[in-house]
Design a protein around this ligand. Structure first.
Ligand code: BDR
Ligand code: CA
Length: 320
């Protein structure tokens, strides 16, 4: 048996962050060292509560530590996404749930630094939120770049339009200073899973109907109901995009995506374009590549992985 890949998830849970956590847990292929939370779609407190709720729903809350991180972007004000994710961030799907799990005392950036340094070259960071926590970790420990196995970022868009402004993707827009720092830090392996591919990874009502575990099916159905409605109103598609789950998918199986190396930077000083990810396709700036950019995705293969993981036997026996 091959060793499971060691990962830390950094989330702002969020409808699709929750689905990303569910995929990571149910895949059985990842050793989830911990989950760090950050202000983004919802406040830090709400993102942390939602993360604990999802772990309890999955029956793994005793096995995965949760650490709280930044309660706002590095220098800007928070920009919550309640329009998309609902007032509680997970579409009201777990409103009545009582939670016993508590976050750890250790801060997110210290947890990331400690885990990466203790296991050099082994830990993959899967970032599905504004990059504030990783930027803070780099500020404390610049040598993190030498010891992380890989950083996988759900963020940005290089060949299409934005989803919060005409040019910017939400995670990049909320904390562009943090994103700029992370991209410039010098990680030898940093993969950008942007809207170019996540918009093609769709989950429909028919896909949800294929989920066998009633607890999970009910949760996914409820939590994504408004999210799918909004996606339909905005994009004319009867489904919702699995943005954050695809970042986990890339950690599970890189062949889901086609990746090319480019120099990428983030705009931080523009009225119109803050948070835009600028990809130097023709190397006009003459700078070395700093990111592997996902350009294509095998969406059906990824969707099968997503559904099969959530239907996996070991997980079902815990929750029927
Ligand atoms: C990203 O923005 C957030 O709203 C989602 O959770 C995802 O991480 C998509 O642009
Ligand atoms: Ca997210």
């Amino acid at each position: 048996m091959t060793a499971r890949k060691k990962v830390i998830l950094d989330v702002d849970t969020g409808v699709d962050d929750a689905l990303a956590i569910m995929l990571a847990v149910t895949s059985g292929e990842l050793d989830i060292l911990g989950i760090t939370t950050v202000s983004g779609n919802v406040s830090l407190d709400q993102a942390t509560l939602n993360t604990c709720k999802i772990l309890e729903l999955l029956g793994v809350s005793g096995q995965i530590p949760v650490c709280r991180g930044a309660d706002k972007p590095l220098v800007r004000d928070s920009v919550f996404e309640h329009r998309v994710h609902g007032s509680d961030g997970i579409g009201g799907a777990l409103t009545g749930m009582t939670v016993t799990k508590q976050p750890e005392a250790e801060r997110a950036e210290d947890f990331i630094i400690r885990q990466v340094l203790a296991q050099p070259g082994e830990v993959t960071l899967i970032m599905t939120a504004p990059l504030t926590n990783l930027a803070r970790a780099l500020h404390k420990c610049p040598e993190l770049t030498e010891h992380a196995a890989e950083v996988i970022v759900m963020g940005g868009v290089v060949q299409g339009f934005g989803n919060i402004t005409p040019t910017a993707e939400y995670n990049m827009y909320v904390d562009p200073e943090a994103a700029k720092l992370v991209l410039a830090a010098g990680f030898p392996r940093l993969t950008l899973v942007g809207l170019d591919v996540t918009r093609k990874a769709l989950l429909s009502a028919d896909d949800i109907a294929r989920l066998q575990n009633p607890v999970i099916r009910d949760y996914v159905e409820k939590s994504t109901a408004d999210y799918r409605k909004r996606y339909w109103e905005r994009n004319g598609v009867q489904a919702c995009a699995l943005h954050d789950p695809l970042a986990v998918g890339v950690a599970l199986n890189r062949s889901f995506v086609t990746v090319r190396d480019y120099y990428v930077d983030v705009e931080t000083r523009s009225d119109l374009c803050d948070g835009q990810t600028v990809c130097d396709f023709q190397n006009r700036l003459g700078r070395p590549a700093n990111a592997g950019v996902c350009l294509e995705v095998d969406a059906p293969a990824f969707l099968e992985c997503f559904i099969n993981s959530l239907n996996s036997n070991s997980f079902n026996s815990l929750n029927q």
